[in-house]
Design a protein around this ligand. Structure first.
Ligand SMILES: Cc1ncc(C[n+]2csc(CCOP(=O)(O)OP(=O)(O)O)c2C)c(N)n1
Ligand code: SF4
Ligand SMILES: [Mg+2]
Length: 325
């Protein structure tokens, strides 16, 4: 897989990073990072203009295995870091690599906040239903009553439907993939990255070390009498698109369809693009409309010191622009 920018050609290999990897053998994380390498190359991105922001967890280590800029942040905090990076320099393409605990447990408040803002970043959620790094406690996506091998008793809490959660918060692109369907995953990542606004990609992944229930065999349907993969594409007539011309009635129809498909979790688990809403301004566009100096040059482009290394930032002009008279 090869792509060319003005200066040179980048391949998936250019997005790899030869750091020692400590994910367990057979972990779904390998499929996800592989798809991130491939999607980055296929999109023709330059590694120096992309950033991966990780939280804390096995998933949070993703920036170490991506050959671009990266930050390993705090548990539950990759979304606000990524928001700052993107707003400071909108020319960057920004990935968030977050676990299901990181995004929907400790980081749930940031998940809600970023949804309201529609920041132009892609949140990839590594969904293994457990807290992998801390030895397998129940994550917010583990179903009520299931008992994975680290739990002394069955899970006593209901699971969150991550797609509905993203919908309710205001994410404008929502999809679901599976770590061992790399072809589909690459395609979903490319769509998420090119969407002009906030994208959420829920990636189902086995954790062979702590999730002994939803294994690779379970996802591939090998436990069924009539073996067929549980992970299936959305029905062909499912239309994820919403834009400014969508009527209220069509939006309601879509919401109904979204709810039905996103709750389907049994012999079939649908994957694909559930929502693509093109009708909502990104946060940077909203700021540009309001703050003239942001429209002229973004924070990353501003000269912030004089020749002697002293700050030359004049905050009064910003205050003047924002003052309510
Ligand atoms: C503030 C804070 N609280 C708790 C922890 C401990 N901790 C580290 S990772 C983690 C859970 C990781 O689970 P998840 O986000 O699902 O990622 P996974 O390891 O499954 O990829 C927890 C609770 C921490 N590092 N920081
Ligand atoms: S504990 Fe689970 S999620 Fe973490 S690296 Fe091992 S298999 Fe993967
Ligand atoms: Mg997890």
């Amino acid at each position: 897989m090869t792509t060319t920018t003005e200066d040179r050609t980048y391949t998936a290999k250019d997005f790899q990073q030869p750091n020692a990897n400590d994910w367990c053998p057979g972990c779904g994380d390998f499929g996800i990072i592989n798809a991130m390498h491939q999607a980055s190359a296929k999109l023709g991105l330059d590694p120096s203009s992309t950033v991966t922001v990780g939280g804390i967890g096995c998933s949070g280590k993703a920036p170490y295995y991506m050959g671009n800029y990266g930050v390993h942040t705090l548990h539950g905090r990759p979304i606000p870091f990524a928001t700052g990076i993107k707003l400071a320099n909108p020319d960057l393409t920004v990935w968030v690599a977050s676990g299901d605990g990181d995004a929907l447990g400790i980081g749930a408040g940031h998940f809600v906040g970023v949804g309201r803002r529609n920041v132009d970043i892609t949140v990839v959620m590594f969904d293994n239903e457990v807290y992998g790094l801390t030895k397998g406690q129940a994550a917010p996506t583990l179903e009520l009553g299931l008992q994975t091998k680290s739990l002394p008793v069955p899970n006593s809490q209901q699971k969150i439907n991550p797609l509905m959660m993203a919908y309710a918060c205001g994410f404008t692109w929502i999809g679901r993939g599976y770590s061992y369907n790399i072809k589909q995953l690459v395609d979903l990542m490319m769509q998420a990255m090119t969407h002009k606004g906030l994208a959420f990609l829920d990636v189902l992944q086995p954790c062979p070390t702590y999730n002994n229930l939803h294994t690779k065999e379970w996802y591939s349907g090998k436990d069924l009498e009539q073996p067929r993969p549980r992970v299936q594409p959305l029905p062909e007539d499912y239309n994820p698109l919403i834009d400014k011309d969508t009527s209220e009635e069509q939006a309601l129809d879509h919401a109904r369809q979204f709810m039905i498909e996103s709750h389907r979790w049994g012999l079939d688990i649908p994957t694909g693009v559930f929502l693509e809403n093109r009708g909502i301004n990104s946060f940077a566009e909203r700021i540009r409309e309001r703050v003239a100096s942001y429209a002229e040059s973004t924070p990353a482009q501003k000269v912030i010191e004089d020749e002697n290394g002293h700050s030359n930032v004049d905050l009064t002009s910003i205050f003047d622009e924002l003052a309510v008279n």
